[in-house]
Design a protein around this ligand. Structure first.
Ligand SMILES: N[C@@H](CCC[C@H](N)C(=O)O)C(=O)O
Length: 261
């Protein structure tokens, strides 16, 4: 069987995208998803996303991590799925869709996709670090020099900490660059390595930056480009009206045999 796919990327976070409106993709095949995401023997990606029909929404986004497992919310992947839906003619410039963490709205504005994230109820402080869920779980640590950091080593140490044994966490390292800009590097659960950008991670870091005195909107530099996060406090320690804004592009399309090594 040949699988038709599209490759998308949002600030360097890359995804195999499949139009699964006819439900032909064998999504239960974890090994297949993993092999398609493999950078040596497959297409190569940080995750795989299925775009599916849904009776109550413009579409449903189903996200798998590169390890083949069904994932939680993916902010960059969602922006790429909105662009994909636009290119398939499923939507025009506005979308209301379903993801793992619930309903999302999005707007397409030329090369930028503005995505509404789910509200964040609370932020837990752990020593000098923070832990919150922006659709996916994120640990956030502020550092003085994020470029000098070994994100793989330090990220893994936190990722596999006893505290996160149940389900694990993504790990973000943040440097404040100015009054309205931060630089974020992320170790991603399910990829088990640093990725060039993580949308839910960037969102988590911007919210934590506001607890440290920065104001919305916050510009976020990542290894793969630049994003922006806008939000409001809900007055009870959480956040509402959270928007993740940035580019999402199709890179190429193709087809690949399902039986790959
Ligand atoms: N890259 C994603 C986050 C993906 C989720 C993560 N790998 C997890 O398992 O939580 C993003 O852009 O948000």
């Amino acid at each position: 069987m040949a699988i038709s796919f599209y490759k998308y990327q949002g600030t360097g976070n890359d995804f195999v995208m499949v139009d699964n409106r006819k439900h032909t993709f064998p999504a239960e095949d974890e090994a297949l998803v993993k092999s398609l995401c493999d950078r040596r023997t497959g297409v190569g990606a940080d995750g795989l996303i299925l775009l599916q029909d849904h009776p109550d929404y413009d579409f449903e986004m189903v996200y798998y991590n590169a390890d083949g497992r069904l994932g939680s919310m993916c902010g960059n992947g969602a922006r790429c799925t909105v662009r994909f839906a636009r290119q398939l003619g499923v939507i025009e410039d506005v979308a209301c869709f379903l993801a793992a963490d619930g309903e999302h709205q999005a707007n397409v504005e030329r090369d930028l996709i503005q995505l509404k994230m789910t509200d964040v109820k609370d932020v837990e402080q752990i020593g000098e670090d923070y832990y919150l869920n922006t659709g996916s779980p994120h640990y956030v640590r502020f550092v003085d020099d994020v470029e000098a950091l070994d994100v793989y080593e330090e990220g893994q140490a936190i990722r596999y900490n006893e505290r996160f044994k149940e389900g694990g966490t993504n790990v973000n390292f943040v440097q404040r660059l100015s009054d309205n800009e931060i630089f974020v590097r992320t170790y991603e659960r399910g990829v088990e390595d640093e990725t060039l950008s993580c949308g839910t991670g960037v969102t988590a870091c911007a919210l934590v930056a506001s607890l440290k005195g920065m104001q919305s909107p916050i510009k976020v530099k990542v290894m793969g480009g630049e994003l922006q996060v806008a939000f409001e406090s809900n007055g009870e320690g959480g956040f509402k009206y959270i928007y993740l804004i940035g580019p999402a592009k199709q890179v190429f399309s193709g087809s690949i045999a399902a039986q790959i090594v």
